[in-house]
Design a protein around this ligand. Structure first.
Ligand SMILES: CC(C)(COP(=O)(O)OP(=O)(O)OC[C@H]1O[C@@H](n2cnc3c(N)ncnc32)[C@H](O)[C@@H]1OP(=O)(O)O)[C@@H](O)C(=O)NCCC(=O)NCCS
Length: 232
């Protein structure tokens, strides 16, 4: 499903189960050597997803080590994003020449714990979430809003290197089209990150997905200057 939510220049891979028999690079292994089995499983399977996605771009496997603030350290030619929740792992990568940044996030399709919506949502967001919770009950819209904000953060952070609080992006959703927009309420400070990010969302019975890909605009083609004939 994830690949249909992203532009064709983005390579995505997802898995609904953990794959045993996968080896990590020693640099990666060092990050999970003392981890509980669930953390080890998600860390490993999501890197398998990333290597599969990279392979489709013609790039061989390399270590993907958590860097500053947990952001994955990609091959210098790449941008990408990874996510995991119970029953789902996914990675999406693209060449830097085609995409400035990617943010993907998966959550269980279950309501947020009581009281959490108020702490992650602006008043306008709480209003649309509550409306949709009344009319369309197959989607945990409160959790989906959370997922969209996580996707915004994963897109934002690699470009800015800065924190972004939940009240610093205002999300609006199109429930029919499967799209959303995030208006950043702070200045990104880099032209690579627009003030409004467009994303896609999807829900099935178990999983909610949010995705953003900031594609590099195609170069503007100028028509060839008219030849000037000088008759002498
Ligand atoms: C970093 C964060 C977004 C991760 O989201 P999550 O739902 O907890 O976890 P997910 O499983 O979906 O994603 C985890 C993956 O995100 C990636 N990630 C972690 N930190 C990241 C960062 N700073 N930038 C980009 N990606 C990051 C990693 O690949 C990580 O997987 P790994 O540890 O196996 O390498 C979240 O923990 C967080 O800090 N949120 C607060 C900031 C925020 O969301 N603000 C809202 C802005 S509107």
């Amino acid at each position: 499903m994830l690949s249909t939510m992203l532009p064709s220049c983005v390579s995505a891979e997802e898995s609904r189960q953990d794959l045993v028999e996968i080896e990590l690079f020693p640099e990666e292994e060092a990050h999970v050597s003392n981890a509980v089995s669930q953390r080890r499983a998600e860390f490993t399977t999501v890197r398998w997803c990333a290597r599969r996605a990279m392979g489709r771009l013609g790039l061989g496997p390399v270590p993907i080590v958590p860097n500053r603030r947990g952001a994955p350290g990609w091959d210098e030619r790449l941008v990408g994003s990874m996510t995991h929740c119970r029953g789902y792992r996914a990675a999406a990568v693209a060449l830097k020449s085609r995409v400035h940044s990617i943010g993907i996030d998966a959550e269980r399709n279950d309501a947020l714990p009581p009281g959490l919506l108020e702490s992650i949502a602006l008043p306008s967001e709480q209003a649309w979430v509550r409306d949709l919770l009344r009319t369309e009950t197959s989607v945990a819209w409160d959790r989906l809003l959370f997922s969209m904000k996580e996707a915004v953060f994963k897109t934002w952070y690699p470009l800015t290197g800065r924190e972004l609080d939940f009240e610093e992006a205002r999300i609006t959703v199109d429930p029919e089209e499967g799209t959303f927009r995030a208006r950043l309420l702070v200045d990104p400070g880099t032209e690579l990150c627009p003030q409004v990010l467009s994303g896609r969302w999807h829900a099935d019975e178990e999983i909610l997905l949010s995705s953003i890909a900031l594609t590099v605009p195609a170069p503007v083609r100028h028509s060839a200057p008219h030849a000037v004939l000088v008759r002498g």
